[in-house]
Design a protein around this ligand. Structure first.
Ligand code: ADP
Ligand code: MG
Length: 262
């Protein structure tokens, strides 16, 4: 019997950055941002990655999105390595995994109408045959009105802008969303609305979600399982309930205390 490959399989990835040399003839120091991290996400599953600032979460996200290749280990999306694909094949595969950016203020062009920004991944994937209806559908899926496509970013609140960022991420009907600190800039009440929206979308669309946050309380509320990172390494991973009720690592215990979860 063959089991289908998971949506996303990350196996022992490592990413190093060469830093500027301190002295002319000294070797360039190397920073290991992510070391030996493995995870997998099934269709419809939500995995949370949590860790303090600098723990390597965004570096991991960039590798999953194939913006950067790992120095060691492998990334498989539905069994194939995005970094090994020819440019054109990668462009069309990108429809399948999309990122919700951290800062909807910075990532929405203030001079462009919302519809133009939401359609951006369709243009990037050269899939523009259904742009109008797809944008309308995505806006409705995030609780906005199709007519909002004609408006400009400054006409929306922070929470609405984050909905627009999510509409942009789902406009290609992806199988996987990577959300990096997607609610961190929002007030707690607005955060809860956006987390609910993500949960609804996950159920409706069967999305796999890699949800990254420095805030354990936020991650725990949304995710089936958790991966705790520190200094680029995995310190703990497992089902959310187990990690919360019986954390194995002292670092996780510290995070739990700080988040007031226990
Ligand atoms: P997090 O998202 O958890 O805050 P990052 O992945 O952004 O962590 O960063 C992990 C480490 O890698 C940090 O020490 C950061 O300074 C370093 N780093 C990230 N990107 C680069 C880069 N392009 N060049 C050099 N160092 C980097
Ligand atoms: Mg980050």
């Amino acid at each position: 019997m063959t089991t289908p490959p998971p949506l996303l399989q990350v196996s022992a990835v490592t990413r190093r950055y060469r830093l500027p040399r301190q002295r002319l003839l000294a070797p360039a120091p190397v920073l290991t941002a992510v070391e030996d991290v493995s995870l997998s996400i099934a269709p419809g599953e939500t995995l949370g990655v949590v860790g303090e600032s600098g723990s390597g979460k965004s570096t991991l996200a960039r590798m999953v999105m194939a913006f950067e290749a790992p120095d060691a280990g492998s990334i498989r999306f539905r069994g194939s390595d995005p970094n090994a694909l020819p440019r054109k094949a990668l462009r069309s595969l990108r429809r399948e995994f999309q990122m919700v950016f951290q800062d909807p203020f910075g990532s929405l062009d203030p001079r462009r109408r919302i519809g133009w920004s939401v359609a951006e991944p369709l243009r990037a994937a050269q899939a523009t045959d259904q742009t109008g209806p797809r944008v309308a559908e995505a806006l409705e899926q995030v609780g906005l009105h199709p007519r909002d496509a004609e408006r400009f970013p400054h006409e929306f609140s922070g929470g609405q802008r984050q909905r627009i960022a999510i509409a942009r991420a789902i406009v290609t009907r992806p199988a996987l969303l990577v959300a990096d600190e997607a609610v961190s800039a929002l007030d707690v009440s607005v955060q809860a609305q956006i987390l609910n929206l993500l949960m609804d979308l996950q159920e409706e669309l069967g999305l796999g979600i890699l949800f990254i946050s420095h805030d354990l309380a936020v991650v725990a509320s949304l995710c089936d399982s958790l991966l705790v990172m520190r200094h680029g390494r995995t310190v703990e991973a497992g089902p959310t309930d187990r990690v919360l009720s019986a954390p194995e690592s002292d670092y996780t215990k510290t995070l739990l205390k700080a988040a007031g979860v226990t």
